[in-house]
Design a protein around this ligand. Sequence first.
Ligand code: ZN
Length: 495
Amino acid sequence: MLPRTLGDLRTSQFGDEFHRTRTIKDEMRTNLIRRLNEKTPIFPGIIGYEETVIPQVINAILSRHNMILLGLRGQAKSRILRDLITLLDEVVPVIAGCEINDNPFKPICRRCRDLITELGDRTPIEYRSRDERYVEKLATPDVTIADIIGDIDPIKAAKGGHAIGSELSVHYGLLPRANRGIFAINELPDLAGKIQVGLFNIMQEGDVQIKGYPVRLPLDVVIVFSANPEDYTARGKIVTPLKDRIGSEIKTHYPVNLDHGVAITEQEAWIQRNSARILVPEFVKQVIEAIAFKARGDQRIDKRSGVSQRLPISCLENVISNAERRAILAGEDQVIPRIADIYSALPSITGKIELEYEGELKGADSIARDLIRQAVQMIFRHYYPTTDFKQVIEWFEMGGHLKLSDLDPASSVLSHLERVQGLLDKIDGLGVKADSPAGLHAAAGEMVLEGLHSMDKISRSEERGFAASERKVPGAQELYRDYTLERNRYKKPLN
Ligand SMILES: [Zn+2]
């Protein structure tokens, strides 16, 4: 049973010297050191930062710093900040009814100090959980001092008969309400300079001015921020004294390799659905991830805003849904996505890339299709670095062509693929075994054709489906040359 009065609290474990006087930064530091000693992972759900970001966050906490995470969108910044609550105690005692979670042994608000004078050891105590000790705010230009720090409430003053400048007439903002907790501000550069100064004053002195009245607020908070790196370093966006007070500046990044990306996407995407058995081939996951990798390196896409990890996450969800739709319509009992499903998932891709001028000229759809094709090529080359597909290519050059629809059931796709000589012999390269489900055979066979298409070995068009590469169609070159000659003949000589 947790103590319910100040008197009982005094004689409990919460009443020892350390608990009475420590700050939240001491509390996090102590819990962190215990976890490090126990060798338990610190932020277990965060993949790919084990050797880069996480050690720096740990050092910041050991140093009792306020910190900022600098990174592009979708780099798990908010997630790391939210995970900081795992370093808090299960519960902390506060004076019951206090708006700013006052420490029973060191109350800062006037109401609580008056209450203790009146009730002494009978002062009631309540507790705050970890979740209740995290306050988050997205900075936007219209956020005011009143939102973050507080406002003078004339009605409160009149009712209580307090002077306007008295702390009893203050209506507290988010930061005081985060007292004894973690206060996170996302996109710090969007916060007005005046509020940045207010934050600095509280971090520095515990004094702040509200509507010209000085109010003393010696808060006990960890303030953590996130920002886009370019905005943060742009001149004049952050007031220098505030920047000085942020002890650690930690840069986040996108997954450094495809495997990390695949693991993050698998963890975050909604894959386990109730409806059917879902099997996403490894190469489909990798192609989806490669789309994000290709997009991050593409000149036609705005580097400043980045390409969020939410692109592959939404894409995978959409790809599974398209396969799910096919399975329902075709009465299949397994949901096995193929590359065609990625093309059907364009709506989950186009909204997540900010185009540069050159990209805008081409349009988001066409850029997205191009990225899928590049991604297919990257993964195809990975699985088949040296394989000879001559027989397959020749089948098309002899005039063969086949059209596959994303709604064709696996059996129908396979019956088409079987016609292409030498094709299904090669799918073991994609990890498909003889006893793998038919849907996986179909997906792998289609992947090979998509791979050959991505390398211009065969073509793919709306009306004919997969066919010989246009350059290889007998007579095509000649035809084109004749046409050019013909056209030139009618050109007027310049003189
Ligand atoms: Zn209080």
